[in-house]
Design a protein around this ligand. Structure first.
Ligand code: ATP
Length: 309
């Protein structure tokens, strides 16, 4: 099983172009990077589970229902009786995506006692994003879980720098992200983030594997012994929201398929699969746009992985 730990939230996506100040209509979608990864993993045919926290409110019930429909185990989702489910207002259209994210919501209130260690013990890979690191007590909880998991599961971490969450706290952001990277086996980072981290003198490497995403150009997969660059899968994208999360879900499924055995050849196969899944995800709208295993069997890049699961 692959377990994600982190936010599941409501994406209120602007239904018209323009500044959020002027937008009058929004559409409700399920989202949150770690939740997106769990849904992707489940669609690709590997058991998936999510550890998170939602409010005792209609949005929380909606998210739980949607996750269940996607086959993601929700046993690790705690219900917060004080805080509401997280909501983000997003403008994706136009040159610069912008968002408003609220503090004081359930996922930032994730505490040690909310974590079911049994679920983690049953997981081969546990995946984390970086949003929980931006606030307390979720930050302490996440770093504690990562520490507990060391040598018990493969730890995956998507750096996903969101400066808006760390306004006036840049130094703290880099320090906290560095702490998480040091606990990471599989690191996913974009080429831009890698440059930023290196500029700060931070060694951005996972102990087992580092995946560097290059947008439409594909990705680089790097281990201590090997490095391969795999060109992107050519598509006509209509919505790249969640491409990074689609990539991560396929990357983790590929790693499971080869049981963390990395040679140039297995890395090429994993990278081709991740680029295919992420590329195809950009041809559909929304963050939950990973194609299902059955739809992928016509691609040799997918058969290489799926037939080994
Ligand atoms: P995000 O922007 O979703 O937070 P990220 O920065 O990791 O994540 P990208 O590097 O833009 O995302 O994309 C992740 C992967 O998605 C790429 O490695 C590639 O496989 C695929 N991808 C993204 N954009 C395109 C595109 N235009 N054409 C084909 N594949 C793409």
């Amino acid at each position: 099983m692959i377990t994600s730990v982190g936010e599941v939230l409501i994406d209120m996506i602007a239904a018209e172009e323009g500044d959020l100040k002027d937008v009058g209509r929004f559409e409700k979608y399920p989202g949150g990077a770690p939740a997106n990864v769990a849904v992707g993993v489940s669609r690709l045919g590997v058991e998936a589970s999510l550890i998170s926290k939602v409010g005792d409110d209609p949005f929380g019930r909606f998210l739980i229902e949607r996750l269940k429909e996607e086959g993601v185990s929700i046993n690790g989702i705690a219900i917060d009786t004080e805080k509401h489910t997280g909501v983000v207002f997003v403008q994706l259209k136009g040159a610069k995506p912008s968002f408003i994210l609220y503090d004081g919501v359930a996922y930032f209130n994730l505490k040690r006692e909310d974590i079911d260690l049994k679920i983690l013990d049953e997981s081969r890979i546990v995946h984390f994003g970086s949003v929980l690191l931006a606030r307390s007590p979720s930050r302490e909880t996440m770093l504690w879980v990562m520490g507990e998991l060391r040598d018990r599961a493969v730890i995956s971490f998507d750096v996903n720098i969101r400066r808006d969450l760390w306004r006036n706290r840049e130094e703290e952001m880099f320090k906290t992200i560095e702490k998480a990277i040091k606990l990471t086996d599989i690191l996913k980072v974009s080429d831009e983030e890698l440059k930023l981290l290196e500029g700060e003198g931070i060694k951005a490497e996972g102990r087992l594997l580092t995946a560097i995403t290059l947008g439409k150009k594909g990705c680089i997969l790097r281990t201590q012994e090997h490095e391969v660059e795999i060109p992107g899968y050519p598509v006509k994208p209509i919505d790249t929201t969640g491409a990074g999360d689609a990539f991560t879900s396929a990357l983790l499924v590929g790693i499971i398929a080869f049981r963390e055995y990395f040679t140039e050849s297995t890395l090429m196969k994993i990278g081709r699969f991740a680029n295919l899944v992420a590329g195809l995800s950009t041809t559909k709208r929304g963050a939950w746009s990973v194609p299902r295993k059955e739809e992928l069997m016509k691609y040799s890049e997918a058969r290489d992985i799926v037939n080994r699961l």
